[in-house]
Design a protein around this ligand. Structure first.
Ligand code: HSE
Length: 429
């Protein structure tokens, strides 16, 4: 026997539009597999006049978003509008009204996760957000359920499709940064304002969620240091390749005896690491723990269809739980824990300097590193006579020490420019 569930949708952009089209077009297939049909009763949008990829029936759309929550025929609220406001308060209102919620909103979960999860717990309804990280890749459920018994040490993720697409195009086709970004936007990977993608902010929200679920200590977006790919050049990508590395924007979440940490920055990854071969808009999340060794989750991480598949999965899950009639307990609990400041995190640095090629310059540079307590692993020079490019790769040292070394290098007269700094992904030990 089939059961129909009344859906209230908040947002009908790339993901929401795709979702409604699929709920209509794939109704029989979904019903055959799950015994459920989803009947979209209300769609809350900001702009009533925009074209939609689905048939808009009388009374379906509203720009009074709260109507979506208040409609008594809406049994499940699906939020795909993004942003903090008004999505956060609408979700809270839905949960307080005892309605299960499915959200794809990484920014909101990373900012207000504990508050929303507590509201869901009070009402005994599910709050599911599989689509918030990694598009179609199942990762929220594996971290909070399948791997709940594993003491996860580290999660490293390529969690922004736009930047991975751009870096892949720059590396494989010599495409300029701007052209590659334009292509990512045309393909629907980038956020409406791509600054969030290229600055690392989008990945930071996802890293916050991954760290929180992996370690069971809440890591909010404000706890995540991030930097983007704006400074990465084709020259560095090709140097990296020569040295056996691929350049990727990664979210790194680590747990040590001192606490937990999450950060996002471009990183040089050894070509033999599974993440180095992740190309285009594909996302991948690499999880390490003592019993599992490592697991790799990979797949399409952006775009309407992949994200809509993750939302649909959550809708089916939430509908099943609701129909079972039980009070739903949260799938994850957070305990207090220490969050390690980024300046105390130890990494290896790759640095490309443009220097005057004169006697004694290398000595001054080595002293700059030495005085800051940073040990040099390798030095490579290209060019010469008047100016030379100097590539320095350090041993692991705390971020604050690396930065101190960087400032003293900048103060050396013969150092014309510090072109780039890219951290090297070590083995996390
Ligand atoms: N704009 C994101 C990306 C997708 O490029 O990965 C949604 O988070």
């Amino acid at each position: 026997m089939e059961r129909s569930i009344g859906i209230g949708l908040l947002g009908a952009g790339t993901v929401g539009g795709t979702l409604v089209s699929r709920l209509i077009g794939e109704v029989d297939a979904i019903a055959a597999k799950t015994g459920l049909t989803f009947d979209v009763r209300k769609v809350g949008v900001r702009n009533l006049d925009r074209d939609r990829p689905f048939q808009v029936t009388e009374g379906l759309l509203t720009d009074r978003l709260v109507e979506v929550i208040e409609d008594p025929t809406v049994e499940l609220v699906v939020e795909v509008m993004g942003g903090l406001d008004p999505a956060g308060d609408l979700i809270l209102a839905a949960l307080d009204a005892g309605k299960p919620v499915v959200s794809a909103n990484k920014e909101l979960i990373a900012a207000r996760g504990p508050e929303l999860i507590a509201a869901a717990e009070r009402s005994g309804v599910p709050l599911l957000f599989e689509a918030a990280v990694g598009g179609a890749i199942p990762i929220i459920r594996p971290l909070s359920e399948t791997l709940a018994g594993e003491k996860i040490d580290r999660v490293v993720g390529i969690v922004n499709g736009t930047t991975n697409f751009i870096l892949t195009k720059m590396s494989e086709h010599g495409t300029t940064y701007i052209d590659a970004l334009g292509q990512a936007q045309d393909l629907g990977y980038a956020e409406p304002d791509p600054t969030a993608d290229v600055s690392g902010e989008d990945a930071a929200a996802k890293a916050a969620i991954l760290a929180s679920l992996a370690f069971g200590t809440w890591v909010g977006i404000g706890d995540v240091y991030y930097e983007g790919i704006e400074e990465v050049t084709a020259v560095d990508i090709s140097f990296a390749a020569e040295f056996g590395y691929a350049v990727k924007l990664v979210g790194v979440c680590e747990r040590t005896d001192a606490g937990v940490n999450a950060r996002v920055h471009p990183a040089m990854i050894p070509v033999e690491h599974p993440l180095a071969s992740i190309r285009g808009a594909t996302n991948a999340i690499f999880i390490e723990g003592p019993a599992i060794d490592s697991l790799l989750f990979a797949g399409p991480g952006a775009g309407g269809d992949p994200t809509a598949t993750a939302v649909l999965g959550d809708m089916i899950d939430a509908a099943r739980e609701t129909l079972a009639g039980a009070q739903v307990a949260p799938r994850i609990r957070f305990s207090p824990g220490e969050i390690i400041d980024f300046s105390d995190i130890s990494t290896e640095w790759y640095m490309r300097l443009l220097v005057d090629d004169k006697p004694g310059v290398l000595g001054k540079i080595a002293t700059g590193f030495g005085d800051a307590g940073v040990s040099i692993r390798s030095v490579w020079q290209e060019g010469g006579e008047l100016e030379a490019s100097l590539i320095v790769v350090t041993h692991p040292a705390a971020e604050r020490a690396q930065r101190e070394a960087l400032s003293s290098l900048r103060a050396i007269d013969e150092v014309i420019d510090v072109g780039s700094v890219i951290r090297v992904l070590g083995d996390g030990k």
